[in-house]
Each structure stands twice: as structure tokens, then as C-alpha cells.
Design a binder for this molecule. Structure first.
Ligand code: GCO
Ligand code: MN
Ligand code: MN
Length: 407
């Protein structure tokens, strides 16, 4: 060790002007949002203590506004400690609102922490203990009140503790029934209060429970249609959750969009087969992120682009804001790439050729007895069909070259 070690970190090079003034300048109308728990993540992990100090909620609001975000989302406990008195709650909410009013930052989404309290060790809405199920409803209703007070229009349910380590504990059908009962109850609560609020279910396969109920987009989507008020309930899918399970997230999002159920989205990145990493959007698999952004933009998705991710544990506070800007910039860069993809003559030529094969492009095959007869008796040139290629190697290479900046 040298004798010159000092407690003062070396000054960092100033950020180049290009990054704040270029085509990817970050603006509120892009509808990028972060959770208090995301940029506020102090770098704690199961093996280590926090590496960063806590940031206050009003400070986070001001910083997010400064870097061009649209909104901030929260769990009840991100803002108000579980044991706060009524007057402490009022003071906290007042200071938070003052920062929102001052900056114009919005709170588009809120949610309940139904996972930290040891009371929820066996689940919240699906706990075997009816007192815990009541506590979960109580906490959710109070948290819905808070969310609505702050202007939230979407309310997320992520059932992190709704699951098992052993199926000896509970019949999975019972869990589904209890989950349904709770959501039906809360839909009626929202209606009874006259709130303009929709619910978004967030599926995840595992972590923190060994296995979580409603593990995928498909499970959650089917479940919605068994509820009393399916119109009030949609999805909040997350990149990392499908990727952990080795699934193609973009396919799930496509199905949610098709059903009109993409109410919200959690963007981040993740390597398959790992612990829940919550990396910066596009950090692991920019190509998958590109197809996701392309889908959202092509579909005209008009909801929030929420980043449910956090900075590497190695980072100090400056690294946190680098992380946050990075999520948003990558989204905008990929959006621009999607526009180029849609305008690229060679790419569009290949797609056009595929669509026009056999002259039947876009033709709907609605049933009629006549149409059925026609298809049954149609003579198809199967030899030619069996031999034809699809040019996807060329198409994918063009996509990769576009993404790598070579076209
Ligand atoms: C996770 C989840 C959560 C939820 C959050 C909002 O893996 O921990 O993604 O971050 O999104 O609780 O409901
Ligand atoms: Mn997650
Ligand atoms: Mn999430």
C-alpha cells in the first residue's frame, strides 16, 4: 500500500456535452419512470451490507426530474415506514408532494410491499393464516389510498411471497381461490371509493419464494378472466422474470398487447438461469431489448416505460444516475433503430417478399362453408413450398448490422 492513499475520491471527467444535447436527450414526454426502490437501492445483497447510503424520497424526485424522467413509483413502505405515526405520515407525504409539485414529476404507479414483513413469510393473499390474509387486505387498501392521493392510475400486484417451498403446505387450487378472492375484494374497494384505478398483475416464476403462483404472463392472463371485474385488471410483465425462466419476453408481451392487457411494463435486463439481477435495460441482451422496444413502439403502446432495475453494487451515487440515464438512453437508441429497421429498403424488401408469397398476404381466413370447401379443394404446389427458404439468415444479419451501426 502506498502512503498517498486518500479518503477523497479522484474527480471524474466531466460528462461530454454531446450526451446531454444529442438526439437522445431525455425528456418527460418519453414517459420514463423509476421506482423509489430502484434508484434508491443501496446495494445490499444476501451476502453483503449496503454499499451506498440511503437517498431521501424528495431528493430522488428532484434528481429524477433533473435527468429527464417523467415519474416515480413507490411501494407504501418506500415512502412511509411501517411503524410511522399518523402525524409522521402526514409530514412525509407533505414533503414528498412538495418535491413533486416543484418538479412536475408524476406518480403514475403505486404498489404494496407484501413481502418484507416477516408476517408475510407464507404469503400475503395466499397465506394459510386468515389473519395474515386480512392484514394483506388492510395494507393493500391503505396503500391504494396513498397511491390515489399521490395521483397513481395503475396499481401493481407483485406476489413475491405468494408461493411455496413445499407443495405439502397448500393445495395450489386453494391459493388461486384466495388470490382471486383478494383481487375481487380490492376491485370492489376501488369502485366503492370512486377511484379511477386499474390493477396490473406482475408474474414472476421464483425468488423470493422457491416457486411463485401465477408464474408467467400466460398464467396471469388466464387468471384475469376468472375475476369478477376482468376489465379492471391487466398485466405488468417484467423482462427479468421471463428471462429467468428461459422464456422469450417479447412473445409474452405480444400476447398481453393482443389481449389489450399491457397496462404497465417493468424494463430491465437479466442473464437466463441466474439469480434475479435487475440489470440496466439492454445491458445483457441488446438484441432482445431491440425487438421488445420495436414491438412496443410498433404497437403504439402508450403506457409508462418503467425501469425496475438498479445500479451494480459496485457503484457510488454517481453510478446510480449513470445507470438511470443509461436505461433511458438505451430505450431511445433502440427506438431509433426500430425506425431505421422499418425504413430499411433491404429489410423491408425481404419482409415484403415473405408477405406477398402466393398472393395471399394479409388475407383473413374467416370461416364460411364455401371458404372451407375452397381451401379443402385448393391445389397447393407442395414441392415448391417444401423447397423454399425464408431468408431469415440474411434478415437477421441485416438486423445485427443495423444494431451494430454498420448500416
Ligand atoms: C421483484 C419485482 C418487484 C416488483 C415491485 C413492484 O423482482 O422484486 O420485480 O420489484 O416489481 O415490487 O410491484
Ligand atoms: Mn423483478
Ligand atoms: Mn418488477
Amino acid at each position: 500500500m502506498t502512503a498517498t492513499a486518500t479518503a477523497t475520491p479522484p474527480a471524474r471527467a466531466p460528462r461530454p456535452a454531446a450526451e446531454t444535447q444529442d438526439a437522445y436527450a431525455l425528456r418527460p414526454e418519453h414517459h420514463f419512470t423509476f421506482g423509489l426502490w430502484t434508484v434508491g437501492n443501496p446495494g445490499r445483497d444476501p451476502f453483503g451490507e449496503p454499499t451506498r447510503s440511503a437517498l431521501s424520497a424528495p431528493y430522488i424526485v428532484r434528481k429524477l426530474a433533473e435527468i429527464g424522467a417523467y415519474g416515480v413509483n413507490l411501494h407504501d413502505e418506500d415512502l412511509i415506514p411501517r411503524d410511522a405515526s399518523a402525524s409522521e405520515r402526514d409530514t412525509i407525504v407533505r414533503d414528498f408532494r412538495a418535491a413533486l409539485d416543484e418538479t412536475g414529476l408524476k406518480v403514475p404507479m403505486a404498489t404494496t410491499n407484501l413481502f418484507t414483513d416477516p408476517a408475510f413469510r407464507d404469503g400475503a393473499f395466499t397465506s394459510n393464516d386468515p389473519r395474515v390474509r386480512s392484514y394483506a387486505l388492510q395494507k393493500a387498501m391503505r396503500s391504494i389510498d396513498l397511491g390515489v392521493e399521490l395521483g397513481a392510475e395503475t396499481y401493481v400486484f407483485w406476489g413475491g411471497r405468494e408461493g411455496t417451498e413445499t407443495n405439502a403446505a397448500r393445495d395450489p387450487r386453494t391459493a388461486v381461490q384466495w388470490f382471486r378472492e383478494a383481487l375481487n375484494f380490492l376491485c370492489e374497494y376501488v369502485q366503492s371509493q370512486g377511484y379511477d384505478l386499474k390493477f396490473a398483475l406482475e408474474p414472476k416464476p421464483n425468488e423470493p419464494r422457491g416457486d411463485i403462483y401465477l408464474a408467467t404472463i400466460g398464467h396471469a392472463l388466464a387468471f384475469i378472466y376468472t375475476l369478477d371485474h376482468p376489465d379492471m385488471v391487466g398485466l405488468n410483465p417484467e423482462v427479468a422474470h421471463d428471462t429467468m425462466a428461459g422464456l422469450d419476453f417479447t412473445h409474452g408481451v405480444g400476447q398481453a398487447l393482443d389481449a389489450g392487457k399491457l397496462f404497465h411494463i417493468d424494463l430491465n435486463d437479466q442473464k437466463p438461469g441466474r439469480y434475479d439481477q435487475d440489470f440496466r435495460f439492454g445491458a445483457v441482451d441488446p438484441k432482445s431489448a431491440f425487438f421488445l422496444v420495436k414491438l412496443l413502439e410498433d404497437a403504439g403502446y402508450d403506457g409508462m416505460r418503467h425501469f425496475d432495475a438498479h445500479a451494480y453494487r459496485t457503484e457510488d451515487e454517481e453510478g446510480v444516475w449513470d445507470f438511470a440515464r443509461g436505461c433511458m438512453r438505451t430505450y431511445l437508441i433502440l427506438k431509433e433503430k426500430a425506425e431505421r429497421f422499418n425504413a430499411d429498403p433491404e429489410i423491408q424488401q425481404i419482409l415484403g417478399d415473405l408477405r406477398s408469397r402466393g398472393g395471399g398476404a394479409g388475407e383473413r381466413v374467416a370461416f364460411s362453408a364455401q371458404r372451407a370447401e375452397q381451401i379443402k379443394s385448393q391445389t397447393l404446389d407442395l414441392d415448391a413450398i417444401r423447397q423454399q427458404g425464408y431468408a431469415y439468415e440474411r434478415l437477421d444479419q441485416l438486423t445485427v448490422e443495423l444494431l451494430l451501426g454498420a448500416r
